[in-house]
Design a protein around this ligand. Structure first.
Ligand SMILES: CC(C)(COP(=O)(O)OP(=O)(O)OC[C@H]1O[C@@H](n2cnc3c(N)ncnc32)[C@H](O)[C@@H]1OP(=O)(O)O)[C@@H](O)C(=O)NCCC(=O)NCCS
Length: 347
């Protein structure tokens, strides 16, 4: 299917269809999911030469994102009856993250994508997100052109990395061999096991960590949706009683984890504690959770600007599955400190 050949979006008189952008309603959810799957399926088929059985390998984006941030989810609807495109957006405090965005292939290049992105931008502005970002395909001129129109600049690559954990011996420390720092002084606790009051305190502590990484960044709603819908769990990395890091983990089913994999959506270590060996220990702990859950792989995303974190993952035996380019616009556009130990995914 090529948009330029098969323009099913035109009405019998050859006029452009009447497409409206509106917020997602509950009854749209499975349709939106179909539009995403179909559109990305088409796109990947053109890129790879074969169509993947599932565009996202079983990962789900629509239902929980809508429950988490209903005001940030938009559809493009033709003649008030057919959903032909969708965009999801979320604010993490001061940071607005856009995506996925999809327009059915036959409706491409009719400004529908731009209308959806504009709606997401307005949502960011209403919520005072001062830094906006997304990831896209670095080799696609269309994507770079499209986001440029909205002021997004291409930054560095995000590498989606993974490691198989089902067989083989446990990984030894590559970073801190023999060093006193390799002592297992760090422990982990699951957010889901905390009492309500302790959850509040943990969220406040986590907010301090993310705020130290990027002023105003707040991941509370991502943690709460994972907890509320049991999409996985958030691991709290502790030294003694102090939380020094956290990892929002999705396990397969109805989350953003593909089948057979534990997927870390966001991991951060408190900047004053940013020793590479702390990240290495945390990765080992995350892999332990993966083993407990019986998955075969752990997926960790890393933005290449976090160069120390990227190097730690390479040393831990992680391989790059694919890369995307991060696009950013706004006030704190270059907020990242390359030595911060952060793994974050803006898909
Ligand atoms: C990316 C996507 C959402 C864009 O939707 P769309 O409705 O086709 O986009 P629009 O028509 O609003 O805008 C496309 C713009 O790119 C331009 N364009 C198209 N092909 C181009 C190319 N090869 N090089 C440069 N610009 C190009 C169009 O001319 C248009 O700009 P204009 O209005 O200034 O002329 C859609 O292509 C899609 O769903 N792709 C598959 C899924 C995907 O990749 N999602 C985004 C992941 S980040």
């Amino acid at each position: 299917m090529r948009a330029s050949v098969d323009r099913a979006g035109l009405d019998p008189q050859g006029r452009l269809p009447k497409v409206q952008i509106r917020r997602v309603r509950k009854g749209d959810l499975s349709k939106v999911r179909d539009v995403m799957e179909q559109t990305f399926g088409d796109f990947l088929e053109r890129q790879l030469g074969t169509r993947p059985r599932q565009a996202f390998g079983g990962a789900q984006y629509v239902h929980h994102r809508w429950l988490m941030e209903p005001w940030g989810c938009f559809v493009a609807e033709e003649d008030s009856s057919k959903i032909v495109g969708a965009a999801l957006a979320v604010t993490w405090g001061s940071v607005g993250v856009l995506g996925p965005v999809a327009v059915l292939t036959n409706y491409h290049n009719q400004t529908i994508g731009q209308q959806l992105i504009r709606a997401a931008q307005d949502f960011f502005d209403e919520n005072k997100a001062t830094m906006h970002g997304c990831v896209t395909y670095p080799t696609s001129p269309k994507h770079l052109y499209l986001y440029h129109k909205f002021g997004y600049r291409p930054k560095q690559l995000t590498a989606i990395m993974s490691r198989t954990i089902d067989r083989g011996p446990a990984r030894g420390s590559a970073l801190a061999k023999g060093a006193a720092t390799a002592k297992a002084t760090l422990t982990a606790r699951r957010f889901s096991t905390l009492e309500e009051a302790k959850k509040k305190a943990a969220l406040a502590r986590i907010h301090k960590i993310t705020n130290a990484i990027c002023r105003g960044m707040d991941l509370a709603k991502e943690i709460e949706i994972v907890d509320g819908l049991a999409l996985g769990d958030t691991l709290l990395l502790e030294r003694g009683r102090d939380v020094i890091g956290f990892a929002i983990c999705h396990s397969p089913g109805v989350s953003e984890a593909p089948a057979g994999a534990l997927y870390v959506k966001f991991l951060a270590i408190d900047p004053p504690q940013k020793k590479p060996e702390n990240l290495e220990q945390f990765v080992t702990i995350v892999e332990g959770l993966g083993q407990e859950l019986g998955v075969q792989r752990v997926i960790l995303p890393v933005y290449a600007r976090y160069w120390t974190a990227y190097n730690v993952l390479i040393q831990c035996g992680y391989q790059i599955d694919f890369t995307m380019v991060r696009m950013q616009r706004g006030k704190q556009e270059d907020y990242e400190d390359p030595s911060d130990l952060v793994l974050d995914d803006w898909r």
